[in-house]
Design a protein around this ligand. Structure first.
Ligand SMILES: Cc1ncc(C[n+]2csc(CCOP(=O)(O)OP(=O)(O)O)c2C)c(N)n1
Ligand SMILES: [Mg+2]
Length: 359
């Protein structure tokens, strides 16, 4: 895999971008906020305060760069690792943390695993856990939006592993045939749990798979915010002009474990991690801004400090929310519940009252 890595000594020259420095500083702030919550997320699980966490450390530039290039009405169709996408779209930190706790304040009512959040208001679709399913869902959303005359794209977020799923091929083929306004955003973070990219496919790149479906595929340095932003913006423009989908492969790295149920030390080396840490996406954008005279060290430290304080305050507030009302598990399935379910609900209420079932 080392052969596919860009050489750290040959850092690319600072790329031109249409984004003014203030926008880039805002993007960096979101990247820092995402990393801060991510670190706390792992610790909260280790301390037994939440049940599960899937970190995205290392993928901040890919996620923020992509989401920054979209409009607020474009559909986001994520997997379980898209924290920084949600933050870029403007989802309040508190709503994300409430979902991690699955408390009464959680919009998904404690029914989804942590990280599997959805926000209708932000067009951030709740992920389905089976790998690749969001790809076909996004194609459907894109076509439906076009029929309705909306000037938007749909963006499924998926990993290198998902490119082996049936839904990847079905989704790309259908989108190609119907020129669906989709930007397929693949974060190639080198691993699908313990399966390395080299064992995922013999294709030289993931981007080239788009060739078979008759539309462009572009590979981009996923740790370079500006490169990702530019690639997604161009793909979006193509889609909106009616020229069809694009597959964007953002080459990046999952620095943490797959999830809190995983120990990456069992399948990958410290050297590999160290190599990628030298390509840290946050450090890259920070350095670019500093070199261009748009960010001082003190300003960056303040960004980190503010993020830490905001995350700590949000966790403190979210943690005292009570758990969901146990009886609410009977809600939302039927508009008019069948008699058997009404009966079951009454029985459940009795067991709660008698203390046989504890909330
Ligand atoms: C259809 C299906 N098969 C297997 C799994 C178990 N699983 C969960 S995550 C994952 C790896 C996905 O890797 P990738 O697409 O590269 O995304 P990443 O986790 O690296 O972000 C697997 C195999 C699943 N959720 N769904
Ligand atoms: Mg992966």
């Amino acid at each position: 895999m080392a052969s596919s890595l860009p050489s750290p000594s040959a850092a690319p020259p600072v790329a031109a971008t249409d984004l003014p420095p203030e926008e880039l500083r805002k993007a960096l702030r979101v990247m820092v906020l995402a990393r801060t919550l991510d670190e706390r997320g792992i610790n909260l699980q280790r301390q037994g305060r939440i049940g599960f966490y899937a970190p995205m450390e290392g993928q901040e530039a890919a996620q923020v760069g992509c989401a920054w290039a979209l409009s607020s009405k474009d559909w986001l169709v994520p997997a379980y690792r898209e924290l920084a996408v949600a933050l870029t779209r403007g989802v309040p930190l508190r709503q994300l943390v409430d979902q991690l706790y699955g408390s009464r304040a959680d919009l998904t009512k404690g029914r989804q695993m942590p990280n599997h959040y959805g926000f209708a208001q932000y067009r951030f679709v709740t992920p389905s856990s089976p790998i690749g399913t969001q790809i076909v869902q996004a194609v459907g959303l894109a076509l439906a939006s076009r029929y309705k005359g909306e000037h938007v794209v749909a963006v499924p977020f998926f990993g290198d592993g998902a490119t082996s799923s049936n839904d990847f091929h079905a989704g790309l083929n259908f989108a190609g045939v119907y020129r669906a306004p989709v930007v397929f955003f693949c974060q190639n973070n080198q691993w699908a749990i313990s399966l390395p990219r080299a064992k995922q496919t013999r294709s030289a790149t993931l981007a080239m798979k788009a060739d078979a479906y008759g539309f462009p595929g572009v590979q981009v340095d996923g740790n370079d915010f500006r490169a990702v932003y530019r690639a997604v913006r161009e793909a979006r423009e193509r889609a909106l002009k009616g020229e069809g989908p694009t597959l964007v492969e953002a080459v990046t790295y999952r620095m943490g474990p797959h999830s809190t149920s995983d120990d990456p030390g069992r399948y990958r080396s410290n050297e590999e991690l160290a190599q990628w840490k030298r390509r840290d996406p946050i450090e890259r954008l920070r350095l670019q801004l500093a070199q261009e005279g748009h960010l001082t060290e003190a300003e960056f430290e303040q960004m980190q400090e503010e993020a830490r304080a905001e995350v700590a305050r949000t966790i403190r507030e979210a943690e005292v929310e009570p758990p969901p009302d146990p009886e609410s598990l009977f809600d939302d399935v039927y508009r008019v519940p069948p008699p058997s379910l009404v009966e079951e609900r009454e029985e459940f209420r009795d067991l709660l009252r008698e203390g046989v079932i504890k909330p």
